[in-house]
Write a protein that binds this ligand. Structure first.
Ligand code: AGP
Length: 372
């Protein structure tokens, strides 16, 4: 009913709007004023976490994209080798796991069969399993050694939005916690990340305030057949997520690529007027990546692409090559997905509406996939 949707036309719109609160709730009480991580609820003893030699993340769909981003954070902040794998592929290739492997299973519903089978396999091999889950008492946390709950609240729309942002927050918390427990020397970078995490809900809110031009743009693209998405570093999984949202909701051909792969094939897809959404890393810090993506944008634009550029506010170097510029707040590189994904959710939702599709219940999809 309309009341359940809180005055919004669709659950998805309501859930997109709830993201600042979902993010804040997931952080609540988990970082103290001194910047220490308080994750006692992760009931895997510190002595075990100190011995971990490898982290393996398993998940499906949107949760897998959160896991891809987590890999960048975990390896960069903790120096523990980390791999992220589609849960449906995992157990069939006989992965190498032992008592010193920490497996992280990410799932909104906690009922996804592929993820459940992956974690069962991991536990059979002696690995410890930590679930990141949004549903209290669901099967995945029940069968795991420990759980860190995301506090997104119930997610009804089939297309995952607020759960994704909270999965990212939970992954960052776990990464920082692993570092803390293992006595990783916190440099200025990590201290500033912890500080910025406490600001991030406000920044997500700022993004939501500036979405009208994104909706207008989406409506003008309703008759397109294809939209491409490019990103690199943590912007790559964001590009994949943008493409997945568009497939699910708008039933359009949408593909995400690592921008560095363009020349290895995908650039052949670029033709006159094809919309290409590009997620641009911050010009600060690892500016090499930024400069490389700016030249990618020039290359595709020279071949006729219509460039839709998501870039940090004040990024003057990229602006001249953007047919449409979507500005997002300044954040540390690894946290950028929390703000960069939001315009892509709004974009997909509006395009679906413009095409007359059912936003909350896309065709052929179920909210949780409980069969393999
Ligand atoms: C995302 O929009 C999806 N509908 C889907 O990819 C989902 O993320 C995936 O099925 C995993 O679900 P889970 O988080 O409940 O395990």
């Amino acid at each position: 009913s309309a009341a359940e949707k809180g005055g919004y036309d669709y659950f998805m719109l309501k859930e997109i709007a709830e993201q600042p609160k979902a993010v804040a709730d997931t952080l609540l009480g988990r970082i103290d004023l001194a910047g220490n991580l308080c994750l006692d609820e992760v009931r895997i003893p510190a002595s075990v976490l100190r011995e971990v030699t490898k982290v393996v993340i398993v998940a499906c769909g949107t949760a897998y994209h959160a896991g891809m981003i987590a890999k960048y954070a975990i390896e960069h902040w903790t120096r523990i080798p980390c791999e992220t794998e589609l849960a449906s592929e995992f157990r069939y290739r006989d992965p190498i796991l032992d008592q010193r492997t920490l497996v992280i299973a990410i799932s909104q519903s906690g009922e996804t069969m592929d993820t459940l089978m992956a974690l069962r396999h991991a536990r059979e091999q002696g690995a410890k399993v930590l679930a990141i889950c949004n549903t209290n008492g669901s099967t995945i946390p029940r069968e795991s050694d420990a759980v860190l709950y995301t506090h997104a609240g119930p997610e009804v729309a089939v297309a995952s939005t607020k759960a994704f942002l909270t999965q990212l927050v939970a992954c960052y918390l776990v990464a920082l916690y692993l570092g803390q427990v293992r006595g990783t020397k916190w440099g200025d970078e990590i201290l500033s990340v912890i500080r910025e995490l406490s600001e991030i809900a406000t920044q997500v809110d700022e993004v939501l305030e500036t979405m009208e031009p994104v909706r207008e743009l989406a409506r003008t693209l309703a008759d397109k057949n294809t939209v491409l998405f490019l990103g690199r570093h943590v912007g790559f999984p964001v590009a994949l997520e943008g493409a997945l949202k568009l497939k699910e909701l708008a039933y359009m051909h949408a593909e995400g690529f690592a921008a560095g792969e363009l020349k290895h094939g995908p650039i052949a897809l670029i033709e006159q007027d094809v919309p290409v959404v590009v997620v641009v890393p911050s010009p600060r810090g690892r500016s090499v990546l930024h400069d490389k993506i700016v030249s990618n944008i020039q290359e595709i634009r020279a071949r006729g692409a219509r460039t839709i550029v998501i870039a940090e506010r004040g990024d003057a170097a990229v602006a001249p090559y953007a047919d449409h510029l979507i500005e997002i707040p300044v954040t540390p590189t690894l946290l950028q997905p929390l703000v960069a994904t939001v315009p892509l959710q709004v974009f997909a939702c509006e395009l679906a509406t413009a095409r007359g599709n059912e936003v909350d219940q896309p065709r052929n999809l179920a909210k949780s996939v409980t069969v393999e």
